[in-house]
Design a protein around this ligand. Sequence first.
Ligand SMILES: C[S@@+](CC[C@H](N)C(=O)[O-])C[C@H]1O[C@@H](n2cnc3c(N)ncnc32)[C@H](O)[C@@H]1O
Length: 295
Amino acid sequence: MSPAGGATTASAGAGNGMAPGQVAELTHRDFQAIAAIMHEDARIALSEAKTTLVQSRLARRLRKFGLTRFSDYVDLVHSDAEERHAMVVALTTNHTHFFREPHHFDHFRETVLPTLKRKQGPIRIWSAGCSSGEEVYTIAMCLLGPDRSSASWLRHADVRLLATDIAPHVVESVQRGVYAENVASGVPEPYRSTWMRPAAGGFQMADEARQLVTAKVLNLFEPWPLKAAYDVIFCRNVMIYFGDPAKEELEHRFVEQLAPGAFLYIGHSERLIGPAAAKMRSCGHTIYHKPESRA
Ligand SMILES: C[S@@+](CC[C@H](N)C(=O)[O-])C[C@H]1O[C@@H](n2cnc3c(N)ncnc32)[C@H](O)[C@@H]1O
């Protein structure tokens, strides 16, 4: 944890009476108050090892309000719901990239896609904790396939990809579907040249991909406005931020939301715990299958 006394130098405090390069002190007590809100609102577990990260990420929020003390900022978030949410969002980690953990997409293309193509009726896939959309558009490109002819099956299928995240700014990125050149360069050929177009700011996902995706702000610990049973859920590198009770609860809800025969992909360092572990069958590293029948 950071020392309780003494200022650190993670960010500028110019304009509020602090020396440039100086940032407000974050005491143990203020850290605990912030960690309690993160847990209450998003079930994110912040250990004291994250003190410097919290301090530097929130420095901008303090500057916005001309505050020099975290204790004043903590008072503010306790009385201002909008700023409280902005704080929670500022403390989320949104790192992601296209074709992350590629063995998941090999499995998806080789094992899941053929069954989806044979399926009669709606196909529903959810990227839960989608960040800026690289995950959901990777799924979309796998469905579309390597060339335009491989996408023809989608003309006769009812396919929807849902992408949700607690952070509104990343959900807006999904809706725009525009990625900087260095980000888009992570998309292998021929997917990139087939499903991404040069655009201001880099590359935009083709209409065929964007039309498949609906992006929404959703806190995973609030009620889910989902009617359908899902064929596939990706919830990767999200549950690492939660404690075990929250993981157990969320995994159980995912399993309940999946149709029999459906698949769940979780992040490389995650595992199923609690009732979900008993109900799902492992079929690859961090890939799970819901049996057709629970008998
Ligand atoms: C590290 S990103 C993972 C992105 C993508 N799934 C991947 O694996 O590349 C984690 C995302 O989870 C989101 N998140 C964290 N807590 C959440 C919650 N309680 N409800 C919804 N989303 C949450 C964060 O905003 C962040 O965008």
